[in-house]
Design a protein around this ligand. Structure first.
Ligand code: FES
Length: 577
């Protein structure tokens, strides 16, 4: 390979000055010598492996496959650890730390002699965090999805991450399953490395990475423990070396069309509601501030849910089945009339070229247009006096009865008081009431915890109630289901109208009309607004304090305001040291 002079790594290693002497000597301290780096792009492998992250267990080994691919293609691989966020373990909310991880990814790329990057992520927030960082760093980058775990299993029953945990938890609360059955579920619902295998946030976001063109075609549904996952990892390694030669950085891939493609795919997948927050954040980082809630709602009306993956559809299928049915390239062949097929991808080819030979192997898992899982897309955006800047509901995973509903509010200012009511077998509540939880948004939560799928009150669970209307400024897990209105913006904590609701007020939701309304006259609302007192800040110092000062609302993607400015290409950094 001819030695290019414009690689970033050359500035560290190829010059005849004192700084370069130091860099070369420190590389030699690690046992390398000139043959390792001379004339080769340095590829950083950003690995979010951690012993606190069960979804990324296999990354400690998988990185060796990536290195193999990089070496085969003539690159010089160096692994770099990053933060690791496991959605099931991090408290109070992994979203709280998404921006911190994104900043770390960006800065670690920026401050090292890196020509190209392989991003190893997959557990919910790690995907958008890594992509956000790579977008701002603007060096060639390819995303390597962790891949879904195997189907859950216990006592002859298939189990799906999250969705079945919620369902069986309600059964346990109602006393309808034994302790030993419960223990079987605890040990069987997550039984291999990999990400949640339902259509939760992890599966949604890795599919989005592929639809955006930032991951190899077919990579997002590859099961984590499949030998094909190792081969795909090596392909990522080979491809990133070529991408450096082509200067194929995220700015060339992430056009507005790429984001619209990702929304189309998300809707057809029956995506997690979290997709909205992360996609808007990524689009804004990439300079497309015009991608917003209205794009989601418009595309949702045009594109049906075709992927039959829990918690959508008939609950028979999980990500493993989706992969065997042809995976995302196969689904995209069914969506091609709505996709911008000329969009460029990490393969160096267009999306249309990538999926040209894809086939569908199971019409039950990837449904045809005339037999969709849900006739419209997965999500709907509601607006009204209770959510002037919008809120979100998932009609494809709720009871039809609540698509249009009016009921009296039962209001909670915090989770502990809500929990007290939920556990009270004598609670004064019916299935027609509307539970309101507030102060659970980006600043109030803080970090918008996934409290939005508020458990049904014990009293109603015992009566056999399966769904009711719940409203919050929180998020919910992508594996959740039910008539849950989420992401109410602006949040109560910053003075949004959700903070003005009182128990007994009537609230109406009409999904077809995309409306949400608090039936209280304007004079009363003005009086309540004048009486409203801003809650004290959640953090006095540290990262939490910075987040509170700068995080944007849900409709703007929850990014930090100071990260929105385009950083410009990393090759244009001041080269003064
Ligand atoms: Fe990691 Fe669900 S907890 S993907």
């Amino acid at each position: 390979m001819e030695k290019p002079l414009n690689w970033r790594s050359q500035r560290w290693l190829a010059r005849e000055d004192f700084r370069s002497f130091n860099h070369r000597s420190r590389f030699m301290q690690m046992g390398y010598e000139e043959q390792d780096w001379a004339g080769k792009p340095i590829i950083a492998i950003l690995n979010s492996w951690s012993e606190f992250n069960p979804c990324h267990q296999h990354f400690r080994d998988r990185v060796e496959d990536v290195k193999r691919g990089i070496l085969q293609a003539g690159g010089f691989p160096l692994e770099m650890p990053t933060m690791s966020l496991n959605d099931a373990i991090v408290k109070p909310s992994a979203l709280l730390y998404r921006n911190l991880m994104a900043m770390e990814v960006e800065e670690m790329i920026r401050c090292h002699p890196v020509d190209g990057v392989v991003l190893m992520g997959g557990c919910d927030k790690t995907t958008p965090a890594m992509l956000l960082g790579a977008i701002s760093a603007q060096v060639p980058a390819i995303f390597l999805p962790a891949g879904p775990m195997l189907r859950g299993h216990s006592r002859g029953q298939t189990l799906g991450s999250g969705s079945d945990a919620f369902m069986f938890w309600d059964e346990r609360r109602a006393g309808r399953i034994s302790e030993s059955t419960w223990e079987g579920i605890v040990g069987g619902i997550a039984r291999s490395p990999g990400t949640c295998m339902t259509m939760g946030t992890a599966s949604t976001m890795t599919a989005i990475a592929e639809a955006l063109g930032m991951a190899l075609n077919g990579s997002s549904s590859m099961p984590a423990v499949d030998a094909g996952h190792r081969r795909m990892a090596a392909r990522c390694g080979r491809r990133i070396v070529e991408m450096v030669g082509e200067d194929l950085h995220p700015g060339r891939i992430l056009s507005r069309d790429a984001f619209l493609n990702a929304i189309v795919v998300a809707m057809a997948m029956g995506c997690s509601t979290n997709a909205i927050i992360h996609l808007i954040a990524m689009a804004r980082r990439a300079g497309h501030a015009d991608v917003g809630l209205d794009d989601f709602d418009r595309i949702s009306r045009e594109v049906p849910v075709l992927a039959n993956i829990r918690p959508n559809g008939d609950s028979r299928y999980l990500m493993e089945d989706f992969h065997y049915a042809g995976g995302l390239p196969a689904l995209m062949t069914r969506l091609s009339r709505h996709l911008r097929l000329e969009a460029l991808t990490v393969t160096g080819q267009s999306l249309g070229e990538n999926i040209r030979e894809a086939q569908i192997y199971n019409d039950e898992v990837i449904r045809p247009w005339d037999r969709p899982i849900y006739a419209e897309g997965a999500l709907a955006v509601l607006r009204g006096n209770l959510a002037p800047d919008g809120c979100v509901i998932k009609p494809s995973a709720m009871s039809e009865r609540f698509l249009k509903h009016c009921g009296p509010a039962v209001v909670f200012d915090d989770y502990p008081s809500l929990k007290q009511m939920l556990d009270d077998p004598q609670a004064d509540i019916t299935a027609d009431h509307v539970i309101v939880l507030r102060n659970a948004g980006p600043k109030g939560g803080p970090g918008m915890p996934e409290w939005g799928m508020i458990p049904l009150p014990l009293k109603l669970v015992r009566e056999g109630v399966k769904d009711m209307l719940r409203i919050s400024d929180a998020r919910m897990s992508g594996t959740s289901y039910g008539a849950c209105v989420l992401h109410v913006a602006p949040e109560a904590y910053v003075g949004g109208p959700l903070g003005l609701v009182r128990t007994g007020d009537l609230i109406s939701v009409d999904v077809a009309a995309r409306s949400i309304h608090l039936d209280v006259d304007e004079n009363t609302l003005m009086r309540r607004r004048a009486e409203w007192i801003s809650p004290p800040p959640r953090y006095a110092r540290g990262y939490g304090r910075m987040l509170l000062d700068h995080i944007l609302q849900a409709d703007q993607g929850c990014d930090m305001d100071f990260l929105l400015t385009q950083a410009g290409p990393a090759v244009g950094e001041p080269d003064i040291f």
